[in-house]
Write a protein that binds this ligand. Structure first.
Ligand code: PHE
Ligand code: CO
Length: 283
């Protein structure tokens, strides 16, 4: 079921091989899709819902990248390329810098509905593709790819990776109707879609580029802090500056833990961290 082959191209891409998906795999996509649609309206950013709609990702099982790419090409010039699994950082960045989003072509097993350690096609395509249809977000992600390549030369990959984590994967956005989710790691998870907005546990902090690039994150459970942008324009504008001086400052700055708050933080909601401390004896 999990088809894996070493990428035989230097860019690690493989054919999606859409005809090889089984009826069970298509049904699994439809099930994951239906579960998300129960929680996303009113919680996901408008741009995400709009993209989902435009790309017609529903109803017919696992999307065929050829069909999907025809839509994306017309909207923003992005495309999805199939890869066997995680790819090396420089390969990933190189794809993004050229408006190609690498997506795992395998789908999780039925016993992995809620948690997978490696991003599958549902996370990568359902979670990421809709915002590739947004012009400003698409430009941000392309710039991020170029910045990623640059960060490797400047020894600052960890700093830049945190920016990806707290925006592309776990970002929140403020709207006149309240906070909405847009990060792919949230919108592809039924439980975190609710938790990220409604739980009293996590901190919700206004976007601050340098602060984010100093902040650790967790890969094994819900986030303990989320960062809130006002718009994709804000994100794009804040990241247009030259990062080299920032990297230099950060090299000597103390890293921040997932739970830390700083005096200068724009705290929108101070989390009580009850989710994390629930099973732990009081100290
Ligand atoms: N401006 C960044 C740099 O100088 C590049 C970048 C853009 C990084 C957008 C992330 C997001 O390296
Ligand atoms: Co992702």
């Amino acid at each position: 079921m999990t088809r894996r082959a070493a990428g035989d191209q230097s860019d690690w891409t493989v054919p999606q091989d859409w005809d090889a998906y089984t009826p069970d795999e298509h049904r699994l996509w439809d099930l994951l899709y239906a579960r998300q649609l129960e929680v996303l309206p009113g919680r996901a950013a408008d741009a995400f819902m709009r993209g989902l709609d435009r790309l017609r990702l529903h109803g017919a099982g696992i999307p065929d990248f050829q069909r999907l790419n025809a839509e994306l090409a017309a909207l923003t010039g992005w495309s999805i390329v199939a890869v066997p699994g995680l790819v090396p950082d420089e390969v990933f960045f190189e794809h993004l810098a050229n408006r190609r989003f690498p997506a795992g072509r395998f789908i999780r097993r039925p016993d992995q509905l809620d948690y997978i350690s490696e991003p599958d096609i549902f996370h990568d395509v359902f979670g990421h593709a809709p915002l590739l249809a947004d012009p400003v977000f698409g430009d941000y992600l392309q710039a991020y790819g170029a910045g990623g390549l640059r960060s490797m030369g400047l020894n600052a990959l960890d700093n830049l990776a945190r920016l990806y984590w707290y925006t592309v994967e776990f970002g929140l956005i403020a709207t006149p109707d309240g906070l909405r989710i847009y990060g792919a790691g949230i919108v592809s998870s039924p439980a975190e879609s609710v938790f990220a907005l409604e739980s009293a546990s996590p901190h919700r902090i206004g976007f601050d580029l340098e602060r984010i690039m100093r902040t650790a994150y967790r890969i094994d459970d819900f986030q303990q802090s989320y960062f809130v942008i006002e718009s994709f324009d804000q994100l794009f504008a804040a990241t247009a500056q030259d990062f080299a001086p920032i990297y230099q400052r950060l090299a000597s700055a103390a890293p921040l833990g997932v739970i830390d708050l700083l005096p200068g933080d724009d705290v929108r909601q101070r989390g009580d961290q009850s989710y994390v401390t629930r099973a732990v004896p009081a100290v």
